[in-house]
Design a protein around this ligand. Structure first.
Ligand code: KMH
Ligand code: ZN
Length: 275
């Protein structure tokens, strides 16, 4: 059964430099403006990475708390903080992100090569994230960069139980150099593997770079949801840099409407995710 479409905007990420991508929102004001405009277009979740005064990625707890509060005051978006951070962030700082008490947080289900870097996610670290989120009433979004991460998720849920709220939602992050490719065949394979997870498990998908559009179309046709934003995509079309996150959200909304799966509003999204 298909429903409307949950649209997540991931506006900033930790990988692009403001000097190279001037449209990237890096200050709190830029983030809030982006959040409000993306919500008005049809986004219901915001996946947040923040930057310091020099526009470098940071996991500073004071800033994270202020960001969560400001997003809640200015929007009704579901606030999802990244616990992935940047590849250089230590585990303790990534765990401490939960102290900012977001509605949701990401939980990456395994280690993956990440271009020339390694995005390290040890089993014990994953267990810590999952169990602390259970204790604190934070709903996880399980980030799946490779198919084996779904097997790890099944093992996690079997051993440590369901997340807060009881609903399992995963996000296929496809096309990272080192992870699974952003193709229809891979998305279908990943979707098939959801059969081993609790009934009712939902998925979003995002394709990095040029896999953005194929993954979006595949996800919509497979009953999945969408994540878009400048964390994942900085080129709109060949030779055309992305002008704003709103441009990417508007395109996703247009595709969702064409698929007759219009965007879920924030209330419907909360219901779907067990928030
Ligand atoms: N920046 C990547 C190393 C997440 O937000 O949880 C990890 C990432 C995943 O973006
Ligand atoms: Zn992220």
């Amino acid at each position: 059964m298909t429903t409307g479409t949950l649209i997540t905007v991931a506006p900033t990420g930790a990988e692009s430099a403001k000097t190279e991508v001037p449209a990237l929102p890096v200050t709190l004001d830029e983030l809030l403006l982006t959040a409000k405009e993306c919500e008005a277009l049809g986004a219901s979740i915001i996946h947040v990475h923040i930057r310091d005064d020099d526009a470098r990625p940071t996991l500073d707890l004071g800033r994270l708390r202020a960001t969560v509060a400001a997003l809640r005051e200015s929007t009704d978006l579901i606030v999802q903080l990244s616990t992935g951070g940047a590849v250089t962030d230590p585990e303790a700082d990534r765990l401490a992100v939960l102290d900012a008490a977001p509605d949701m947080a990401s939980c990456t289900m395994g280690t993956v090569n990440f271009g020339d870097d390694v995005f390290l996610n040890r089993w014990e670290f994953i267990v810590d994230l999952h169990t602390r989120m259970q204790e604190r009433g934070i709903v996880p979004e399980y980030e799946i960069f490779d198919l084996g991460h779904l097997t790890a998720l099944r093992r996690l849920l079997d051993k440590y139980g369901l997340p807060h709220g009881g609903h399992v939602h995963v996000d296929f992050v496809m096309g990272v150099p080192g992870g699974m490719p952003g193709t229809t065949a891979t998305l279908v394979a990943a979707q098939q593997m959801l059969r081993d997870l609790p009934e009712g498990t939902t998925f979003s998908a995002t394709g990095i770079g040029r896999s953005s559009i194929p993954v979006m179309l595949a996800s919509l046709s497979a009953g999945g949801h969408l994540r878009v934003g400048m964390e994942d995509t900085v080129t709109y079309a060949k030779g055309r840099p992305v002008e704003s996150n709103m441009q990417l959200v508007a395109r996703a909304v247009g595709f969702a409407q064409l698929a007759q799966r219009p965007p879920l509003n924030t209330t419907q999204a909360r219901e779907l995710l067990g928030l």
